[in-house]
Design a protein around this ligand. Structure first.
Ligand code: URA
Length: 266
């Protein structure tokens, strides 16, 4: 629907909310259809250093067996051990509403690790991340920079579908965080791509919206890795499906990711 066809300010506001607009970023209107100014050189853009998130997470309650997510995560020495630990973990109540644990898909040897938000209905049914409509778009986006499910690795910050696809609570996110950080350390990727606001703000410990966070490099520090991993946040494909004019910005982010991967190739 065209926002010009709506008559009251409340209707127009509702239209924007439905279209995925979740923050106001400036007083002056922006013509998103205007030709872009010269694209910034993303690889050379300033880099922000990010401390390990686990250190910032609230205290973890023990599971029925007395182990915390942090204990279980740090005991895993391979991705498969971590998968088993996540599947056995009963400390996050989302698990009881989900059909299955959604851990990862793709190639764990990949240099590119993609981290999204939470499984939806399709993922909950199939047990793999990003297999629904937005996953198909994400696959096409990554294919366009030369990556397929055989050559990238993909997971989420949440391993269980929140009921009704609601936003996970801060507590639920914090419970899964030690597993996510250990996952990154065990995969040891050359580049991280954070897909969507929840993944970006959780892992960067930065409450700003994805519109502000995306398009820049961050140095992601994680316990167990001797060096920071370059991380690029970008828009979630579900948002791009609703707001296709933002695809050109996502495309810039992916080009920056490709450049970084090519530049750091051994
Ligand atoms: N959205 C996500 O962020 N992750 C999925 O796995 C599916 C949809």
């Amino acid at each position: 629907m065209n926002p010009d066809a709506l008559s009251s300010p409340a209707e127009i506001l509702r239209w924007y909310v439905d279209a995925g607009v979740d923050e106001c970023i400036g007083d002056d209107p922006i013509d998103r259809f205007a030709a872009p100014a010269a694209a910034p050189a993303p690889v050379a853009a300033p880099v922000e250093r990010v401390a390990p998130a686990v250190a910032r997470a609230p205290l973890q309650p023990p599971t029925a067996t007395g182990a915390t997510a942090a204990h279980l995560a740090s005991a895993a020495t391979t991705v498969e051990e971590l998968r088993a630990a996540v599947e056995a973990y009963d400390g996050c109540s989302l698990k009881q509403f989900a059909s299955r644990t959604v851990f990862s898909d793709g190639n764990p040897q990949s240099r590119l690790m993609v981290i999204g938000e939470a499984p939806g209905e399709d993922e909950d049914r199939q047990g793999k991340p990003f297999v629904g409509v937005s996953g198909k778009l994400l696959d096409r986006m990554l294919n366009s920079i030369g990556y397929t499910r055989d050559s990238f690795y993909i997971t989420n910050v949440m391993f269980w579908r929140p009921p009704g696809n609601r936003k996970p609570t801060a507590e639920e996110v914090a419970l899964c965080l030690p597993f996510v950080e250990r996952h990154i350390a065990l995969v040891d990727p050359a580049v991280l791509l954070f897909v969507g606001g929840l993944a970006a703000s959780t892992l960067l410990a930065n409450p700003q919206g994805i519109t502000k966070l995306r398009g820049r490099w961050y140095e992601f520090n994680v316990p167990g890795l001797p060096r920071p991993v370059p991380a690029m946040p970008t828009f979630h494909p579900a948002y791009l499906l609703r707001t296709p004019q933002q695809k050109r910005l996502a495309w810039r982010d992916l080009l920056a990711v490709k450049q970084k991967l090519d530049a750091t190739q051994g």
